[in-house]
Design a protein around this ligand. Structure first.
Ligand code: GLA
Length: 342
């Protein structure tokens, strides 16, 4: 059994396809180079001793009795609890956690933390790594059941399955993941912080998810993937607009895949703008701070800009042409490889 393991899991950017994952729809995310690293050293006393270096806090509990906690501790306890539930024989370990993804920014620091914890714990315990899609599901249960955010699988699959220089077209109905080479030439993708932090557990995220479930039960369908625009129109407000966003966003994902494949950056930019309009007007997850940031991106010459991630604050992703004006606070994001452990 190895006495030491180091796992790195990246955060993610999402080019397009927002709030589609829990509706069995489509999305086009990619792993980024920022992420979370977990260093694990095996312990023989059956304890987990975790330290979050960036916030200078610690946690300690028995590996076979994780119990519940709040904040970053919920992720560590959830990782241990869910791995145990899945049948992994975990040993005690000292876990050192450190990260470079800004928290609460829509770049998925949460998924990076879950994935890095799970990979480090499996490795230091001498357990084989399961299929990565299964692992993504396990990580999302940590978030759903231990942290209290009803998020989907977008972030976890992007972090686990990322491929250098590619975006991933994910079909959340079949869970098929296809790499789409993302060659932008002289163009670049940047994220810009709106300055407004969000938490999934505390925001309207869970409310949006519940609205989609209500729309499905009114329509008698299992998921909004099966709904058509005509069906969406028959729903009462705001369910009608929520469903319309999901349906139109799925078609924008495939239109974006086609635009990327023929290097049509103008069309890609138009799709990003259309996605933002839909997220703002139909899904209502934008805020004044985000709108200001989107306007700033457009003024700098962005071909397209939209709110990214769960919404209610966080980051904006923008597609910049080679001659874009300076855009303060813009950070370039490039597709990198998925999570790794050694
Ligand atoms: C968050 C969630 C994802 C996804 C996005 C919205 O990032 O964690 O599961 O729902 O919001 O697309």
């Amino acid at each position: 059994m190895p006495s030491h393991a180091v796992a790195f899991a990246p955060g993610r950017a999402n080019l397009i396809g927002e709030h589609t994952d829990y509706n069995q729809g489509l999305a086009l995310p990619f792993a980024i180079s920022e992420g979370v690293t977990v260093r694990a050293n095996g312990l023989t006393d059956g304890c987990i001793e975790a330290v979050a270096l960036d916030v200078g806090e610690r946690d300690r509990f028995l590996v076979d009795r994780p119990g519940h906690a709040r904040g970053w501790r919920a992720f560590v306890r959830g990782a241990v609890g869910e791995l145990d539930r899945a049948g992994a024989q975990l040993r005690g370990a000292e876990l050192e956690i450190t990260g470079t993804v800004p928290r609460g920014a829509g770049l998925s620091s949460s998924a990076a933390l879950e994935v890095a914890l799970v990979l480090a714990l499996l490795k230091v315990s001498g357990e084989a790594e399961p299929d990565r899609i299964e692992l993504a599901k396990l990580c999302s249960r940590i978030e759903n059941e231990w942290v209290g955010a009803q998020t989907g699988l977008l972030d976890q699959i992007a972090s686990l399955c990322g491929r250098n220089e590619c975006a991933l077209r994910i079909d959340f109905r079949s869970l098929e993941v296809r790499s789409v080479p993302l060659e932008l030439g002289e163009y670049s993708l940047v994220t810009v912080d709106s300055g407004e932090k969000h938490t999934h557990a505390g925001s309207g995220y869970n409310e949006r998810r519940a609205e989609c479930a209500r729309a499905c039960s009114e329509l008698g369908v299992e998921s909004l993937r099966e709904a058509t625009l005509a069906m969406a129109e028959s729903l009462p407000e705001p369910l009608s607009r929520r469903a319309r966003h999901v349906i139109t966003e799925n078609s924008r994902v495939d239109a974006a895949v086609a635009a990327v494949s023929r290097s049509d950056m103008v069309e890609l930019g138009r799709l990003l703008d259309a996605s933002h309009g839909s997220l703002r007007d139909d899904y209502e997850v934008s805020t004044p701070a985000v709108e200001k940031t989107v306007r700033r991106c457009k003024r700098a010459g962005a071909l397209g800009a939209r709110i990214m991630g769960g919404g209610f604050g966080g980051h904006v992703i923008a597609l910049l042409p080679p001659d874009a004006q300076g855009l303060e606070g813009a950070v370039e994001v490039r597709p990198g490889d998925g999570a790794r452990v050694s």
